[in-house]
Write a protein that binds this ligand. Sequence first.
Ligand code: FE
Length: 343
Amino acid sequence: MSLNMRKSLTLLAGIAAITITASAAYADGEVNIYSSRHYDTDERLYSDFTEATGIKVNRIEGNINELIERAKAEGENSPADVFITTDAGRLFKLDQDELLSETSSDVLDAAVPANLRHPDGKWFGISQRARVIFYDKERVSEPPQTYADLADPKYKGQVCARSSSNIYMLSLMASQIANNGEEAAKSWASGLLANFAREPQGGDTDQLRGIVSGECDIAVGNTYYFARALRKEVKGLSGSTDAIGWVFPDQDGNGTHVNISGAGVTKYAPNRENAVKFLEYLTSESAQNYFAAGNDEYPVLEGVALSASVVQLGTFKADDLNLDELGKNQARAQEIYNEIGYK
Ligand code: FE
């Protein structure tokens, strides 16, 4: 590593949980992870991997855009072996920025359903979440059953969602474009916008809190935010979950929109073999159990038990659209949101 490289690493260290040193980058028996996914429960994942394989895990956590800029600046000298992030749209962005490489692994191909991984192995889904409709059971007697229903004028002034620049809303829109075409997707988004109860704001938990406070009758959110509130104390939500109903949309159509947390091996991975081992470990039964139990997500590996709170949500049919399509339509999704004035 040159002095300049060392300098840039130091300069960027502000975003780092652990600074990866030059010697660590190329050391045997190590793997370097750049992760924008930070859940406390993920800690055990890393220590279990080390215990099982003897491979030490070095981690840098940060906002995905910071991590992308960092890896780009480091170029061929980047110590990063693996990127982990949430949402297929972000994985697509990593690939667009030429930060990922193709991985061919029978283990990964067997564990991860084809629609939840990149066609050429640039990234693999490691856990799933569904984007569903929540509603107040008292105030909404006929809840929307489809994403299309969210745009039905009969729900005028009732629907809450987060801002259009949020990756979850972009991916949902991208799935509408992929499944129904641009025109239909645009008119759907216009109808959704016309039904808003308030200016888009906050995160998914805030949409649910909006139902509790009475500001929203209907809200769009990811399953794990609600399941978490069933399992443990979430301020302004736990204790009121009985009032909230949920619908897995589009059960008679394409199925409910799902997204993933995912991981891929970097383009210049200095420890490529260890990186592939790490990815394979993430899709193993024991690691998949952590995703299910720790963050109330759906495992990608078939046969792994769901957490008790997720079991309560019931089973559903998921949209089997290849998630790479979400990334491809992301830019157009944002343009359409902008065109209709959804902020
Ligand atoms: Fe989230």
